[in-house]
Design a protein around this ligand. Structure first.
Ligand code: CA
Length: 232
């Protein structure tokens, strides 16, 4: 999902909370950045603060709706009724006035995502990844042949990212940005170390496939593990 919020403190606490709920969050602090991200990232849902430093939030909302059918939840300090009406008329799907409770936000996100048939909603139940591996994002648990395995936070996040779209290759840059930090400049060897450790813990080293020079992907559940010539 795309969070458009210029206040660093608010944005950081929202991102942390939403990631704990299993959402993948990308944050933008400006209206122009948000519009670019919408086009490039195609998020499943947008949380839009109306008070932005460059483009007026209403205008951002209007332009997003013109270009996309993405569900938009407007977040704002402006609580007047006329603002609510205007926001909804411009195409927002829902409206939350600051200060709001985090639980209420998550409930609204789930409701909007459900209505939109969104794929960004965390899986409610355990998902079978093949090779006896079951991932339960809600319970934050991974089992192999029924036995729970202890993963580190990063290993778990890495698996969740790969499992969010089995068969899709995630580039090294994307993984580092999403699992580690938006501004990770450390050695990318870290990623290989985590992948190796995750493979060891999951038992079947072919479950996570290496795409040489590009990144990694989770073996597609209906795919032939030997069909992918680039795996190692
Ligand atoms: Ca703001």
């Amino acid at each position: 999902m795309l969070l458009v919020e210029d206040d660093d403190a608010i944005a950081e606490s929202l991102v942390r909370g939403l990631e704990r709920q299993g959402f993948e969050v990308r944050r933008e602090g400006t209206g122009e950045g948000a519009l670019r991200a919408l086009a490039a990232q195609r998020p499943e849902i947008v949380l839009l603060d109306l008070g932005l430093p460059d483009v007026d939030g209403y205008e951002v909302c209007r332009r997003m709706r013109r270009d996309s059918s993405v569900p938009i939840i407007v977040i704002t300090a402006r609580g007047d009724e006329i603002d609510r009406v205007l926001g909804l008329e411009l195409g927002a799907d829902d409206y939350l006035v600051k200060p709001f409770g985090f639980r209420e936000l998550v409930a609204r996100i789930r409701a909007v995502a459900r209505r939109a048939g969104g794929r960004d909603e965390p899986t409610e139940g355990p998902i079978d990844l093949g090779a006896g591996v079951v991932l339960d994002t809600r319970a934050h648990r991974v089992t192999v042949d029924g036995a729970e395995v202890a993963l580190t936070r990063k290993e778990f996040d890495l698996l969740v990212l790969l499992a969010s779209d089995p068969g899709a290759t995630r580039t090294r840059e994307e993984i580092l940005e999403r699992v580690w930090d938006a501004h990770w400049y450390g050695p990318t060897k870290t990623l290989d170390v985590h992948v190796a450790s995750l493979r060891r813990k999951l038992g079947d080293p072919t479950l996570i496939e290496t795409i040489r020079g590009v990144g990694f992907r989770l073996r597609s559940p209906d795919g032939d593990p030997h069909a992918a010539g680039t795996t190692s």
